[in-house]
Design a protein around this ligand. Structure first.
Ligand SMILES: Cc1cc2nc3c(=O)[nH]c(=O)nc-3n(C[C@H](O)[C@H](O)[C@H](O)COP(=O)(O)OP(=O)(O)OC[C@H]3O[C@@H](n4cnc5c(N)ncnc54)[C@H](O)[C@@H]3O)c2cc1C
Length: 389
């Protein structure tokens, strides 16, 4: 009997690697619905789309690690009591199970097959082939994926229009006044940005807005978010939260069971640090969570309580966010390019644009729960690490 991991993305792969690193020498099966060798997603909207890299395969010797890759094989349902997984290629028994099925992109109602989503290697390769100088590209959604796709499309010489329902870019992730600061990046890159514009329909060659505007396009890219890919767990008894993520406990255990875990984009967890349940759809969460799951599969009692981190590369800028805030936290500017969030005088989150040093130092301060002397911290000329209270 084996550890079976469902989902061969970042979280599943890193769980397998961490299990071996932590000394697990039993049978290990990594099941992935996609047929491609496991690969990393962030480059898909960057170097792979641009054509600077052909693929983003993980450079991992799975055979050498003794990881049985079962690719092109989809889990259909699970009986956690009987420890049996039903897949489209027969049943699979397990001793311990890891759910790492990630998220699936959200499509617009009635979206034609010609419209592109950007989640998989196949999506990126197909979209890349369609992006030629002069191609008219309409991007629906000015979130992280939409902004990165627009960046690359402009680099490839396409005519780009981005439409966003909210009043500012990155509205789902950042306060409006911060997202608004990226508006000028679109203009500088020669991309047209239309905000406050709800889409009423998408056709093969156009995007229609609710006010009747038609945006003619050769290529339509839809980047409006992703949902945990957990539909196959219906009837399994494993509880999902109100956003469809597996509602894991502090140890990333799922369904209240000691032999089932959930990690990465498909899961949410109670954050003691931030006092709420978090669902983090970012790369670093898949990496850090995997290490905790591996430790707990090995009999550990390690609580998962990360300081979330992610980055985005858009319009020549590196945007990095560490930590988590809510509306009640105090937001303070540190010069033009860094924003701090404080709870009391403790730094709890930070956004940095092209300020990697602020990010690195801020991350350590947040992790340590250290307090800031605000009179110093607001001065970008003073290193953050020299601004401790
Ligand atoms: C284009 C793109 C760019 C990104 N860029 C950034 C970035 O710059 N910075 C950042 O922090 N994050 C970025 N992310 C987010 C980051 O890549 C994800 O958070 C990360 O991939 C999550 O890993 P995961 O393993 O949980 O899920 P996934 O990577 O989605 O992997 C899950 C895998 O499970 C498989 N699967 C699903 N259901 C089943 C089933 N029933 N049976 C078997 N297999 C199944 C899927 O096919 C998939 O391969 C980006 C994501 C995308 C799509």
């Amino acid at each position: 009997m084996a550890v079976v991991i469902v989902g061969a993305g970042m979280a599943g792969v890193q769980t397998a690697v961490a299990l071996r690193e932590q000394g697990y020498d039993g049978s290990l099966v990594l099941l992935g619905a996609e047929t491609h060798p496991p690969y990393d997603r962030p480059p898909l909207s960057k170097d792979v789309l641009l054509g600077k890299a052909e693929h983003s395969r993980f450079e991992i010797d799975f055979a050498g690690l003794g990881v049985e890759l079962a690719l092109g094989r989809r889990a259909l349902s699970v009986d956690v009591e009987a420890r049996l997984l039903k897949t489209d290629a027969g049943d699979l028994g397990f001793e311990q199970l890891v759910l790492a099925t990630g998220a699936a992109p959200i499509a617009l109602p009635g979206q034609p097959a010609s419209a592109f989503l950007l989640r998989t290697q196949d999506d990126a390769v197909a979209l890349k082939a369609a992006l030629r100088p002069g191609t008219r590209v309409a991007v629906v959604g000015a979130g992280w994926i939409g902004a990165e796709a627009a960046t690359v499309a402009r680099q490839l010489g396409c005519e780009v229009t981005v439409v966003e329902a909210a009043s500012s870019p990155l509205a789902g992730a950042l306060p409006a006044e911060l997202g608004e600061r990226t508006r000028g990046w679109y203009a500088a890159a020669g991309a047209r940005l239309i905000t406050g514009a709800a889409v009423s329909g998408v056709e093969r060659d156009a995007v229609w807005l609710t006010d009747g505007t038609e945006i003619a396009a050769d290529v339509v890219v839809v980047g409006i978010g992703a949902r945990p890919d957990n539909g196959w767990l219906a009837g399994s008894g494993i509880a999902l939260d109100d956003r469809g993520a597996v509602a894991a406990d502090a140890f990333l255990r799922a369904g209240g069971l000691r032999h089932v875990y959930a990690v990465g984009d498909c899961a949410s967890f109670p954050s003691r640090r931030y006092g709420e349940r978090l669902a983090v759809h970012h790369w670093d969460n898949a990496l850090q969570g995997a290490r905790v799951v591996a430790a707990n599969l090995r009999g550990g009692e390690v609580a998962y309580d990360p300081v979330p981190y992610f980055w985005s590369e858009q319009f020549g800028h590196m945007v990095q966010v560490v930590g988590h805030w809510d509306a009640g936290d105090e937001m303070v500017a540190r010069g033009e390019d860094t924003v701090l969030w404080l709870r009391g005088d403790a730094l709890i989150a930070l956004l940095a644009v092209d300020r990697p040093r602020d990010l690195a130092q801020g991350r350590k301060i947040i992790e340590a729960g250290a307090r800031l002397d605000l009179t110093k911290a607001v001065d970008p000329a003073i290193p953050l690490k020299a601004a401790l209270a």
